[in-house]
Design a protein around this ligand. Sequence first.
Ligand code: IPD
Ligand code: CA
Ligand code: CA
Length: 311
Amino acid sequence: MRLSLGQGHRLCLFPAYRSCCRIMSQHIDHFEFVPQMSAIAREAGALLMGYFRARVKIEYKGDADLVTEADRSSERLILERIQAQWPSHDVIGEEGARIERGGDYRWYVDPLDGTTNFAHGFPVFCVSLGLAFQGERKAAVVYDPTRDELFAAERGRGAVLNGERIAVSKTPKLVQSLVGTGFPSHKRHKNPNIYFYHQITLRSHGVRRAGSAALDLTSVAAGRLDGFWEFNLNSWDTAAGILIVEEAGGKVTGVDGHALAITDRDVVATNGFIHSEILDEFQEIFAGRGLEPLPDPREYRKQASRSSENS
Ligand code: IPD
Ligand code: CA
Ligand code: CA
């Protein structure tokens, strides 16, 4: 089933597509904000691709915390479009955009999620736009311009990828799951995630670390990953992706299972089936119980040189 999105809607201008237009126009009301949000995200995505092909100069916010001209231009463009269409809405953007009048609607904008990938020419990044109404996630778009994939959702109205409905996976057990995580680019020495990465790697089919939290969340929504977690994320990383997971039938909570406020920083998102299992594992790891010790690299080196001598 196709649902109304900015790009699909444009097809209706051509007579040959009239019948398709009728089908789609039945769904024009399906989403209230997504069509305009999609157009903004696509425009910002096209802008990012221009910079990506030209290989932009890296600047530093911290030791390994990168920012580029692409992050800033994308945020400027998004802010202009939001202000032009919704002048009364508040906006929080990662690169400094702040319009805070205490209004009902608030945007959480990550103009380029996956900056480190982007800056190194690794094609995993996106634009993430989340819209909240009175503090509750209402509408979301995550656009990956490298694959031309647009994920979108509105509360109570389902989630789509390029207009087609998506749903989380049905994988029933952690041991059969492929999951994702991420590591922050600042205060890395304070992040305990390497322990979680190790333990969950040993208890699943594997843990991927792709470098864009918003895309990690949409991967859960689309059933490409069975789960994802990360510590210390920001609202602009998660506002859109969390709603897309929930609307695709998944579950998103904090590490102890509580419902997530928009400003909560530690996130566990799953297909629902493996949720309690992963939270139980986390409680064990937080308590330091049952930790599989990390293999000693010196022992590994010794054994590796012994076996190469014997071969
Ligand atoms: C980062 C990405 C990354 C996550 C970091 C985020 P940025 O966002 O989402 O996957 O691990 O915690 O800060 O800086 O590329 O927008
Ligand atoms: Ca981000
Ligand atoms: Ca960013």
